[in-house]
Write a protein of this length. Structure first.
Length: 283
């Protein structure tokens, strides 16, 4: 790329930065993360959970993905701590440029296979490629690529990056144990932990109960009905004793989701119930 060409990218603007931002770009965001597998690769997904409240924005029908090659990826394909600040600085610049100059909404970032991919939805695709070039010219020591496709229903947001029920539960697990750790809890200790399931009929609940008893869980309640859980109102409340380290909770979450699905039910999460001591109550 010639120096003259680099200059043209740096000076490239769309004129949209002089206009007021549309409302969907000024709404509050809620970024969260989870680890999953995408195309047989371990993937770290950062997603704006708040976008679900406005998605899909029909006029923003263009899905743009901007790929940044990680220079020194780990064996998992993620970034190393030494490169973290540089990558985050590039991403901040990308988000600022595409928000101001393309009125594009950043909805997710996926780290996988040695690259970071930032995803946006935009109304007009006229300027998007040019703005990618502008960013690339500013960070010539990094390799950039991009994809651009039509996605008016926001299928990518709903079906790829928005967390599934099991991923959402794992995200909740992480938040709870982080709060517990900050409060001084020893997560390696054994806790009495309540778990809840719901099923679509009493027979399935009964079969799941027998299975969980065989696995060593105590049945606390197996005869309640919750009409606020449509489709699966037949509740089952069990007690288990285990540590609350994130690895343990992640494994249990996958196991409980698999068990619930086998018996036409859902796993509804866990809780450490209060014991009356405000210093040790965690919910």
């Amino acid at each position: 790329m010639t120096e003259e060409r680099r200059e043209s990218f740096i000076e490239f603007t769309t004129g949209l930065e002089e206009e007021a931002l549309p409302e969907f770009l000024t709404m509050e965001t809620d970024w969260d993360m989870y680890v999953t597998v995408i195309d047989d690769e371990k993937a770290l997904v950062m997603v704006d959970m708040a976008a679900i409240r406005v998605a899909p924005i029909i006029k923003c029908s263009n899905l743009l993905g901007i790929q940044i090659a990680i220079q020194h990826p780990t064996e998992d394909g993620f970034y190393q701590e030494s490169e973290r600040d540089t990558l985050f600085g590039i991403e901040d610049r990308i988000e600022d440029v595409f928000k101001a100059e393309a009125h594009a909404k950043h909805i997710a970032t996926i780290t996988s296979g040695g690259s970071r991919m930032l995803y946006f939805y935009a109304e007009d695709d006229t300027y998007l490629a040019g703005l990618v070039g502008k960013i690339a010219s500013e960070y010539s020591n990094y390799q950039f690529n991009y994809l651009l496709e039509k996605d008016a229903p926001w299928n990518f947001y709903f079906n790829v990056v928005y967390p599934s029920a099991v991923e959402f539960q794992i995200m909740k697990n992480r938040k709870v144990v982080q709060n517990m750790a900050r409060a001084g809890a020893d997560l390696s200790e054994q806790y009495e932990v309540n778990h809840w399931f719901f099923f679509d009929n009493g027979a399935s609940r009964g079969q799941a109960k027998v299975r969980l008893m065989a696995l060593g869980y105590e049945i606390l309640e197996d005869n309640f009905y919750n009409e606020n859980v449509p489709g699966t109102p037949f509740g089952l409340h069990i007690l288990g004793t285990h540590d609350l380290q994130i690895e343990t909770l992640t494994e249990l979450t996958y196991d409980f989701f698999d068990l619930a699905e086998e018996y036409q039910g859902i796993y509804d999460g866990w809780e450490v119930l209060p014991d009356g001591d405000p210093e040790t109550d965690f919910i």
